[in-house]
Each structure stands twice: as structure tokens, then as C-alpha cells.
Design a protein around this ligand. Sequence first.
Ligand code: SF4
Ligand code: SF4
Ligand code: SF4
Length: 141
Amino acid sequence: MYHRIEENCIGCGACMRACPVEAISGNKKELHRIDGKLCIDCGSCGRVCPAAAVRGPDNRIVARLKKSEWLKPRILEDKCLACENCVAACPTGALIMKDDSLPLQQNCAVLFYHEKCVSCNWCFKNCQFDAISMEVFSENN
Ligand code: SF4
Ligand code: SF4
Ligand code: SF4
């Protein structure tokens, strides 16, 4: 299953610009399409769609959400074992390791490029050590 675009798409292109894996195609003001072979089910297309035209794998229309309200990973340093699974899983390169010169016990992943994070949840799903909490980040944290 993957995300799909419904007939009420207005062809604004917002989804295409938001997709981290270039799975969406379509001409301006025409129905856009998602290539299911490329889609990683991040949901970004639905969160930015002004026409509520994107349906998720659960068959529900994805709700629009301001970017400032997207959930992003907070790495819990005391739980992170620096396995780098999350860094490898991230489709946008938003995560890095703090400092590879540190011993493993002191190193950890960090969300370094906040603006690149598309809230796909893949880092969270790929952490086997419960070291990631998905949260709304305010300017102060
Ligand atoms: S769900 Fe994510 S990967 Fe799939 S088409 Fe939408 S933006 Fe692209
Ligand atoms: S939610 Fe995690 S895996 Fe997805 S883009 Fe953000 S940092 Fe990368
Ligand atoms: S997957 Fe979990 S344990 Fe591994 S580096 Fe990322 S946060 Fe740390």
C-alpha cells in the first residue's frame, strides 16, 4: 500500500515539491499521480495538499498540517547506542552522528538539518533501542 491522489487534485504541485523521493508527477492544474514503486509513505504530500486530495495506506484522507506542527525526531542520548540505523534509514539526510571521533558510548545521532526532515517516521521505526521520540519542535527546543 502507498499514498494515492484523488480526482479532486487541483494540480498545484505542492505535493510534488514536498515529496522527498520524487515519487509524484503531473502537469500544472492537472491531476497528479504517485508512483507506488517509489513512494515511502512519508505522508508529506498529504500534509501540504490544500485540496485534501491525498489518501494514505489506511484509506483515510491525510489531514493538512502546518510544517511547524510536523513531528520530528528527538534522539534520547542516554538510550542511543550509536548504531546509525536511523541515519541510514533517513531518506533526506536530515540526521547525522554527533561526532564519529567519540567512543560509541558517547556518540549519538542528532537531527542536524531540521529543515530537511519530512516527518516520515522512518528513523523512529528503525531504532531498535527506543532512543527516538517524535515531537513537535518549538523555536526554543
Ligand atoms: S507519501 Fe511521501 S514518498 Fe509517498 S508520494 Fe507522498 S510525499 Fe512522496
Ligand atoms: S522523520 Fe526521521 S527519517 Fe524521516 S526525514 Fe525526519 S529525520 Fe529523516
Ligand atoms: S537508530 Fe536509535 S540507537 Fe541507532 S543511532 Fe539512531 S537513535 Fe541511536
